[in-house]
Write a protein that binds this ligand. Sequence first.
Ligand code: HEM
Length: 464
Amino acid sequence: MVPLNNKSNPTAAFLIVGIILLLTGMCWGIIGAFQYVIPGLFKSQLSFERIRPLHVSSVVFWIIITAVGCTLYYAQEHTGKKIYSVKLLKWQWALFVLSVLFILITYILGIFGGREYWEFHPILALPILISWILCLFNFFKTTGTIKKQPVYVWMWFTGFVFFLITYIESYAWLIPYFRNNVVNDLTIQWKSYGSMVGSWNMLIYGCGIYLMDKMSGTTTYSFSKIGFAIYFLGLFNLMFNWGHHIYTVPTHGYIKHVSYLVSMTELLLIGRIIFLWRRSVKENKKHFHQSGFRFYVAADVWIFLTLLLAIAMSVPAINVYTHGTHITVAHTMGATIGINTFLLLAVVFDQLNPVIRKIKNYNRYLLPGFWISNVSLIIFWVSLIVAGILKAWWQVHHPEIPFSSMMQSLRPYFILFMITGVTLTAGMWMMLLPVLKQYFVQRIRVKKRMGILYNRRRASLHTS
Ligand code: HEM
């Protein structure tokens, strides 16, 4: 592992865009939560149909773009080589960022045309696809071979390649052959989504394992059996975990159960590896990497909680109830915030360390921000689960009660969800706003210095 000179860290721009998407995406979520409590709020300009995709796409793009940036950074640190082409990297970044910008604007304008989770017009999928291909090429060229590589390099390769395949697959519905058969269409759609999540998990877990070894100053997990076990399970999972996403589609029961079992084993192993690592890290190293370490602890707790919920949801008798309720939303948000976001934040804090180090009294923001967001997240998650249980009970046992009365009885939980959503967001803003500010201050300073140097050189050329 060769530490990079962060003055020339071209992948930081990915992380910064990711953070902006996370912070703004959470604000869209807050508006959505207000709309739970005050139905019809902003109906004419920003209805829930617009807010939901604005929120979900922003936070999903936070995960994707940050995972890409973090992987490309560690790929350089791991090989000790600079990225193969900075020019390609800039193109890749620009294509991605412009597409996301267009996507969000089209949502605000109410222009759709895609499917759930990718509601944007399919034409906008094209620049993202091109950007991904550029990224893949740059990554391959930087890393070279996968022979005798540690497990994280295998994870990165797999994540990049499978994301490409499954992203294309998620647009199979554009071809009438797939679109015209409802079962095939639904199966392919959910299969591709499940695999896409598996692909970005590969990138994130790869970075997570890399950072664990970097923090402890060993290569314990890079070549360990448990590391490779996670890799193969993750690979199996990203190929087959779709089974449990399509309980409503007629397929064999064993497919669903095997896929559930595999996704849970994967969670169990990643939770265990982090737990063992946490115990093994020496006190002085913990202290040195305190902020990153803290996020690992939080992610580990969330892996455990997500696992508990997943076990409950995998019981077919319970699954019948949970479908279409807020329990599914709790499961998705618990995993994407508690696991994906916290692991990514550990990595982001490592990679942006040169920026963060310069923030005066940063612990004043970081510590309260960290605790506020974690405590809020627990209440946020529980309130969704309780609302989900009550809705499920109504769905199965009291369908005669009007929908509006049932929703009225869920109001207290929605209010709690809304309030804790606000505090969760406030916590994240507290931790990340100073980082954004410091990054831009430094960029402006560098630009100014370069301008002065340029002017001096021009002046000296004139005089000579
Ligand atoms: C890191 C932060 C967050 C992430 C990664 C995240 C992720 C997600 C995801 C993936 C979904 C789709 C769930 C599904 O379809 O099952 C979702 C839905 C939603 N989120 Fe978040 N979320 C975050 C923060 C927030 C916050 C702070 C709020 C504010 C209260 C919020 C409110 C909502 C709402 C209202 C929905 C729509 C649920 C529905 O369709 O009924 N989210 N979020």
